[in-house]
Design a protein around this ligand. Structure first.
Ligand SMILES: [Zn+2]
Length: 451
């Protein structure tokens, strides 16, 4: 059964959790610029008795983007992490019809993630106080999950090291499940080429085009794909490509993401991409500056921890949507896909059983690097209609509505219950640690942290 204190906390604080989700949804800030979201999230925890530290994860002069909020003392130290960054071009009103807003939108539902996980630490704290449980509950607020590797800065600087274990939740289109995907190792690099400018018509022989180098590098990488395993993903965009056709570009730059199944293969892939870049520089008589921003692992799930989390999840009463919320889901689904959807089937709401088997899936998340160090268990699903694709306007609409808010509270109750169950059974943490050591035995663990 769901712990009574946790249940009571959610009854009394439903409005404030929804307000926090709504506030962060309204801010919809870009990665590494979540200044208002971070402040709102930190203030919420400060007001509820947490010892809160905020800081800028990249140590630049900008305001704070990251949070570590603690309550209690000693072991076990149970962390729960949240994210609050939004995505470009996805602004949308919180209604089931297309109604765009300028700028960013919560197309991955990170406002729900922040509010849900924050509610979890608050409710767990109340249960700890009520029963005099020993241990520390910690909220880790992380910037820039969307390509900014926010957690890598925080892991590099030791903010996760205090934890014995870590919990998380991410909204998604499926019924709620423990995360059993290994996900992909991912790297990010910026490649700059420097050439010589000249008049493209009058004096072309004196020019050395940095843009040509970029184009040849991309052609080379596209040929490289043929000789990679199926798990490899490489994508790029231009950061600079010259200004005008009549000036041979002395400077051009590319932005590269590259992914594969594990750290070892991703390091190998990086070396092969470097060769192509240097080859392009040689061909064009330009110079190449290849900067690796970061390279982080995929995720390492743990069956022992997942099973424990699933047992906690079963204690929480099911998520129930009202007819109006089901209709919101059906209307939104129809407006996105053009297909009629039965309101009873529009929204995910169930708790799925674990497979007890890990599987490879494309896509990456920066929590991967943390899962290689701290035993981590995550749940994902809910808050978004089943037919939706993530990173789309429909997700923004749903994440700004009670469909999303209710899912956040439900997921929050599960994580609070799981944290509570760990405080009641602190030796379990050793089992999680032992499984992590066993699973990573002999595997490459070299991550490249941002400078
Ligand atoms: Zn996300």
């Amino acid at each position: 059964m769901l712990n009574k204190t946790i249940e009571q906390w959610f009854k009394e604080n439903a409005d404030s959790v929804d307000s926090l989700a709504r506030e962060i949804w309204e801010y919809r800030e870009e990665p590494h610029h979540e200044f208002n979201s971070c402040k709102a999230n930190a203030d919420y925890l400060r007001a509820r008795g947490f010892e809160v530290t905020t800081f800028n994860a990249r140590h630049d002069d900008a305001p704070d983007t990251a949070i570590v909020a603690k309550f209690g003392s000693g072991h076990p130290v149970v962390g729960i992490y949240g994210e609050y960054d939004a995505l470009p071009g996805l602004g949308q009103d919180p209604i089931p019809e297309r109604s765009p807003r300028e700028g960013y939108g919560h197309g991955c539902g990170h406002n729900l993630m922040a509010a849900g996980t924050t509610s979890a630490v608050c409710a767990a704290k109340e249960a700890m106080v009520k029963e005099g449980l020993k241990g520390t509950i910690v909220y880790i607020g992380c910037p820039a999950e969307e390509g900014g590797a926010g957690k890598m800065y925080m892991l590099r600087d030791g903010y996760f090291d205090i934890l014995d274990c870590l919990l998380g939740w991410h909204p998604r289109t499926n019924d709620l499940a423990v995360q059993e995907k290994l996900q992909m190792t991912m790297g990010h690099a910026v490649i700059e080429f420097h050439g010589v400018a000249s008049h493209a018509a009058v004096d072309p022989e004196h020019g050395r085009s940095a843009l040509d180098a970029c184009e040849l590098m991309n052609v080379g990488v596209n040929y490289l794909r043929e000789h990679c395993t199926d798990d490899v993903r490489i994508h790029y965009s231009y950061l600079a490509a010259g200004e005008r056709p009549n000036v041979v570009p002395a400077y051009a730059a590319l932005d590269y993401y590259f992914r594969s199944r594990d750290l070892e293969s991703c390091h190998e892939l990086l070396e092969r991409i470097k060769k192509v870049a240097y080859g392009a520089a040689m061909m064009t008589e330009t110079t190449c500056d290849f900067k690796v921003d970061f390279l982080h692992s995929g995720c390492q799930p743990l069956d022992s921890f997942n099973t424990f989390l699933y047992e906690s999840a079963k204690k929480v009463p099911p998520l129930v949507y009202t007819d109006a919320e089901k209709q919101f889901g059906a209307t939104l689904s129809k407006n996105v896909t053009g297909k009629d959807v039965d309101p009873e089937d529009a929204l995910p709401y169930k708790l799925a059983e674990p497979f007890h088997k890990f599987y490879f899936a494309s896509g990456s998340t920066d929590v991967g690097c943390v899962t290689y160090k701290i035993p981590t268990a995550r749940i994902y699903g809910l808050g978004v209609p089943r037919c939706m694709t993530m990173h789309s306007w429909g997700v923004v609409a749903s994440a700004g509505s009670s469909v999303g808010f209710k899912a956040a509270r439900y997921a929050g109750s599960i994580l609070a219950q799981c944290a509570y169950d760990i405080f009641r059974d602190p030796d379990k943490v050793q089992t999680f640690k032992a499984e992590l050591d066993e699973r990573l035995k002999g595997k490459c663990r070299d991550q490249i942290f941002p400078k």
